[in-house]
Design a protein around this ligand. Structure first.
Ligand code: ZN
Length: 197
């Protein structure tokens, strides 16, 4: 407990962030207060701006600043190619690579019998609609290599069969990876996805 109720409230909220607990939250808040001009004031303004403007794109599920995000409206992005990801964080990861020039579709999770998440809880019906309405010819399934991720990929592949060219990200040895450090599943996936030289 500090001797300032606002500070206590801030620590309590910060402690709910992923990766932070009460101890890290206390240290972070103390650091912010000590760096008021450099960190605390800009952070407060930036958080307010994001709270005011961040919106979920009605088309793809990305987080942007209007009803439809910049990627969906960009003329520079290829129409006809959709990359399907589970979460906005995955979209950001793809964008950091700068390699993909098409558009995205964010599912908002994966199918999960355990958590009662079916196709209608995700943006799968919307994906099927987009394939038809946007004249999509290719769908890349960039889902996580987890059991739920792969179950979801197979379900989507069934829904879109015969309508588009479907592919998924390759699985295997990471760039710079050494075989000795890889787990059995990764080595098996890499061997199964081997390609001719
Ligand atoms: Zn969008």
């Amino acid at each position: 407990m500090s001797s300032n109720r606002d500070i206590d409230a801030l620590i309590e909220t910060m402690a709910k962030l992923p990766g932070l607990g009460p101890r890290s939250a206390r240290r972070a808040v103390l650091h912010l207060i000590r760096k008021r001009a450099l960190l605390l004031s800009p952070l407060a303004a930036q958080m307010q701006a994001v709270a005011d403007t961040a919106r979920e794109c009605l088309n793809c599920g990305n987080i942007g600043s209007g009803d439809v995000c910049d990627i969906c409206t960009s003329e520079a992005r290829a129409t006809g190619v959709l990359c399907v990801v589970e979460d906005v964080a995955d979209l950001w990861a793809m964008e950091r690579s700068g390699v993909f020039k098409g558009r995205y579709h964010v599912l908002g999770g994966t199918l999960s019998a355990l958590d009662s998440i079916g196709p209608d809880e995700l943006r799968i019906p919307r994906l099927v609609d987009r394939v038809k309405s946007e004249g999509v010819t290719e769908v890349i399934l960039a889902l996580n290599a987890t059991i739920d991720g792969q179950t979801t990929a197979h379900y989507i592949a069934d829904q879109l069969e015969g309508q588009v060219t479907l592919s998924s990200l390759a699985q295997g040895v990471p760039i710079g990876g050494e075989l000795d450090y890889l787990d059995d599943g990764t080595i098996t996936a890499a061997l199964n996805a081997r390609k001719p030289l």
